[in-house]
Unconditional design. Structure first.
Length: 341
């Protein structure tokens, strides 16, 4: 577990939610801007940020897009935070390149901007990034899937259920990590979908939710009904993919892998929906982000990345009850002890 957690010390929404008392009782204000306010990952992130803000006496205002990919709402939220005189912004960007000009406006105003989970493109467009090593998260499930299939990996039929057509960095890193772990050569590592390996049936997008996962899985099954490995960007998408497979009686002969490590997702491993998932720690990301904003406000000091990386690594662990040789993992029981949501 110690090795797996390397680097750890660890629309606007209908109403702007402030943690703690009124603004008048706080000398420091901060903003949390997530992709949605419904995905359990972002719900837990908000809980972590809110609890730490209350502990440190920081006024926290939370914003979220209507859906994953709602870039314009996130831009509006940044503008609001600038106008409100926030000391720091924690951001999970839907469009990691298009958001950069708005982020630069905030930084020019003296606001510390920290990307959570999803690095900006380029990564140094933010002052710091607190995130899972998303490439490693994908690589772990790719290695596990290849090992589970053994010799049959050479003839696999793989469906790739990605996040969004804008290809935010988190989706690219997980996708490319999975393919690398599975033993498939990637082409341009800065994007997905340009690979030529015949084992890849195709890519479709899910918006990171169950309905999108079901729809994308149906689309890929229309291309090849004999898909036997499914990579999914996250566990809600995996749950949707499973339902699409179940509808045609193939839920028991397709290997589904994912990333997140939320409690429902880890339980889905126990229930046979997912074979393995890479667990990440959103509460830690958000808590550390609030601490960094406090230090910036008090001392003018920015957070440092993990040694040897260009971001602060908040850790990852492969969760499965079917361990394979050469790929370190934790059990479902251990995953449930560490899960969120």
């Amino acid at each position: 577990m110690t090795k797996l957690l390397t680097g750890t010390a660890i629309a606007l929404t209908a109403a702007v939610l402030a943690s703690g008392a009124s603004a008048a009782s706080h000398s420091i204000s901060a903003c949390l801007i997530t992709k949605t306010d419904t995905n359990p990952f972002f719900v837990k992130m908000k809980e972590g940020a809110t609890a730490k803000a209350e502990e440190l006496g920081i006024e926290l205002k939370s914003f979220a897009g209507k859906i994953d990919g709602d870039h314009e709402t996130q831009v509006q939220a940044i503008e609001t935070c600038i106008a409100d005189g926030a000391k720091g912004i924690l951001l999970t960007a839907s469009d990691t390149s298009s958001i950069v000009p708005a982020v630069q406006q905030a930084r020019d105003a003296g606001i510390l901007v920290i990307a959570l989970d999803t690095p900006l493109s380029p990564i140094d467009a933010a002052d710091a990034t607190f995130a899972t090593d998303n490439f490693l998260a994908g690589e772990l499930i790719g290695k596990w899937a290849a090992a589970k299939l053994g010799d049959d990996a050479a003839d696999a039929k793989i469906g790739m259920l990605d996040l969004a057509v804008s290809q935010p960095t988190v989706g690219v890193l997980r996708d490319q990590g999975f393919l690398t772990g599975f033993g498939i050569d990637v082409m341009d590592a800065s994007k997905w979908g340009d690979e030529t390996d015949p084992r890849i049936v195709g890519n479709d997008v899910t918006q990171g939710n169950e309905e999108g996962g079901r729809r994308a899985m149906e689309n890929l099954l229309a291309q090849d009904p004999f898909i036997n490995v499914v990579y999914t960007i996250n566990e809600p998408a995996a749950a949707g993919a499973y339902e699409a497979l179940k509808a045609i009686g193939r839920e028991n002969d397709v290997l589904i892998v994912s990333v997140d490590g939320g409690c429902p997702g880890v339980q889905n491993i126990a229930d046979g929906v997912i074979g393995a998932t890479s667990q990440q720690y959103p509460l830690m990301m958000a808590s550390l982000g609030i601490e960094a904003i406090k230090k910036w406000a008090d001392e003018g000091v920015k957070p440092e990345p993990t040694e040897g990386k260009d971001f602060f690594d908040t850790g990852v662990a492969l969760v499965t009850d079917e361990p394979v040789e050469g790929v370190e993992s934790i059990s479902v029981k251990e995953g449930l002890d560490l899960c969120w949501g």
